[in-house]
Design a protein around this ligand. Structure first.
Ligand SMILES: [Ca+2]
Ligand SMILES: [Ca+2]
Ligand SMILES: [Ca+2]
Length: 235
């Protein structure tokens, strides 16, 4: 739980996604305090994490390249992928999602850098439910050009698609009290920069695996939200 320093300025509810943009601006100007030194020792705890401010979530959609059978959620871009996930609870499936379509992809960035702290550094929230998974490859970049992708096997059904996003059920939402940045509680697919040999990244890309079921306008990977678990303010 490294983003506590950002949480200090959030002042409360992050449930109003429409406010995310303006809140970020205010937070950025005041987060560079000395509070971070007391936070870094605390990673890995799951029970005492403080609420994390809007900077934990996606702040900009750099690009969106829909594949065939996309469409769902496009009219709500970019806000639909901002803020915390909107799962209805109990591992149910969010409808606050952007469908990527067959081999479609999205690139997003944050107002913080993702850094390699203890354990997972990034959570990706799709809208799976038990028995229904739509997989995607997740990659990160420092400059938006050179990408480092976590290995993912979208054909390994028995192994539940190791390394892919779109698998882990989602438990956090804007208003249910579950910390969307706590890998032990939030659900979502967890990614660790250390597994790629990286210490920092600015951009995240998700691309539909091409191995999903495609029909209508909601084919393939559906992105609800992302959360930075371990982050630091930009220079
Ligand atoms: Ca890590
Ligand atoms: Ca889905
Ligand atoms: Ca969403």
């Amino acid at each position: 739980m490294i983003l506590l320093l950002l949480a200090c300025t959030s002042g409360g509810s992050s449930s109003d996604k429409a406010d995310s943009g303006s809140v970020d601006t205010a937070a950025d100007t005041s987060v560079d305090t000395d509070t971070d030194t007391s936070v870094d020792t605390d990673s890995g705890d799951s029970g005492d994490t403080a609420p994390v401010g809007p900077d934990a979530f996606v702040d900009d959609v750099v690009s969106y390249t829909p594949g065939d059978f996309a469409g769902f959620g496009q009219d709500r871009l970019p806000e639909i992928v901002y803020g915390p996930p909107d799962a209805p609870g109990g591992g149910g499936a969010s409808t606050d999602v952007l469908t990527l379509g067959q081999e479609g992809e999205i690139v997003v960035t944050f107002d913080v850098a993702i850094v390699d702290g203890e354990g997972p550094d990034l959570l990706v929230f799709e809208n799976p439910f038990t028995g229904w998974y739509e997989t995607g490859y997740v990659a990160v970049s420092e400059d938006g050009e050179a990408w480092h992708e976590w290995p993912c096997d979208p054909t390994d059904v028995a192994g539940l698609y190791p390394g892919c996003a779109g698998v882990a059920l989602v438990y956090a939402s804007a208003d249910n009290g579950v910390d969307p940045t706590d890998p032990a509680a939030a659900g979502g697919d967890a990614f660790d920069l250390a597994d790629l040999g990286l210490t920092r990244a600015r951009y995240v890309r998700v691309r539909d695996s091409g191995a999903n079921t495609y029909a209508g306008t909601s084919g393939g990977f559906d992105l609800d939200a992302m959360a930075v678990v371990n982050g630091e303010p930009l220079e």
